[in-house]
Ligand binder design. Structure first.
Ligand SMILES: Nc1nc2c(c(=O)[nH]1)N[C@H]1C(S)=C(S)[C@@H](COP(=O)(O)O)O[C@H]1N2
Ligand SMILES: [Mo]
Length: 322
């Protein structure tokens, strides 16, 4: 998953002029050199100014599940993304995801359920009361953000289709349309992007079916029109732009564990005690605009959500089930 060191972020530099050069700066880091053409920088700048209008998504604040830590700025959360269907650079999703057609959009909920159904995005938006939850999201690459998400517990949707007793896992499949997603040309992953949760993880109240952030519909680069947020797991479990949710009897094969099984397991709970084979997971850099000299912070087990989820793994060896 790591192709370069993404751990330093442009917002961590203070002088205004440098912050405004963020995209060029990111690109410079990405290339590991200062050789960035002025032309491409101007192009990106022009793109930023023609971004689509933003739609409000009212939601009721959920105090219990929200952290009061400093939030990541909207600018950072929408320009520094992982969404490989649109490319592998952190600024590719913001540059290319405008091609994604998010309406009409349907999601099929199928597999081991009594009442399989295909629901339109407008029906999904109305299925349960919209909440706002300020969650930490910890990327396996070693950075984290604090983002106010808008959505409702996935359990509302799963209960509606009436899972069969034989349903033990939930598979999440993202859109894979080469006409809209230029990143699919590269076999970085076995497309479509596939993820999965055990049934009890999927039903846990923290698991959020997400439609918006910062009180607005999701920007395309953040996984519009519908994604998952699983705050106690590494960010790659939080799949974007979902089209299929399938209940299964067997543990589904996930894209990341299929491509690098030693590096990415099925569970992928945030765990400072279990290193990635190529780097430690003990600390993280919080992207919250504090500046480049802010110390790295300690990563917490289950990303700080242990009181709600540690019980799901009682008796399991989390070094083995990483
Ligand atoms: N379909 C899809 N979902 C995805 C990814 C992706 O490449 N494709 N990247 C994941 C990773 S690695 C992270 S860290 C988060 C990033 O979410 P954000 O860009 O909204 O912060 O999305 C996850 N969901
Ligand atoms: Mo990530």
């Amino acid at each position: 998953m790591i192709f370069k060191d993404p751990r330093i972020h442009p917002s961590q530099i203070t002088p205004r002029a440098i912050v405004e050069n963020r995209r060029q700066w990111l690109k410079t880091i990405a290339l590991g050199s200062a050789a960035v053409g002025m032309g491409s920088w101007l192009e990106r700048d022009a793109f930023a100014k023609t971004a689509a209008p933003r739609e409000k998504l009212p939601a009721k604040f959920n105090e219990q599940y929200s952290t009061r830590e400093t939030q990541t700025s909207y600018e950072d959360a929408t320009t520094y993304n992982n969404f490989y269907e649109f490319g592998m650079d952190k600024d590719d999703p913001a540059k290319f995801a405008d091609r994604l057609q998010t309406r009409p959009w349907t999601v099929s909920i199928e597999g081991m359920v009594k009442k399989p159904v295909t629901l339109d995005i407008d029906a999904l938006l109305k299925l349960a009361p919209m909440e706002e939850r300020v969650y930490r999201l910890r990327c396996v690459e070693g950075w984290s953000m604090v983002i106010p998400w808008n959505g409702y517990a996935l359990s509302h949707l799963l209960n509606r289709v009436e899972p069969l007793g034989s349903a033990k896992y939930v598979e999440f499949i993202s859109l894979a349309d080469p006409k809209q997603m230029p990143g699919l040309k590269r076999p970085v992953l076995n497309w479509p992007y596939r993820e999965g949760l055990r049934m009890d993880e999927a039903m846990n109240p923290l698991t959020l079916l997400t439609f918006g952030m910062y009180g607005e519909l999701l920007p395309k680069q953040n996984g519009a029109p519908i994604r998952l947020i699983v705050p106690w797991k590494y960010g790659f479990k939080s799949s974007k732009s979902l089209v299929t949710i399938r209940l299964t009897e067997k543990q589904p094969l996930t894209s990341w564990s299929a491509s690098a099984p030693r590096e990415y397991g099925f569970y992928s709970n945030v765990n400072p005690a279990v290193s990635h084979p190529r780097w430690s997971q003990a600390t993280e850099r919080r992207i919250d605009g504090r500046g480049i000299f802010a110390p790295k912070i300690k990563t917490e087990p289950f990303n700080g959500y242990g009181e709600y989820v540690a019980k799901l793994y009682a008796g399991m060896d989390l070094r083995k089930f990483y």
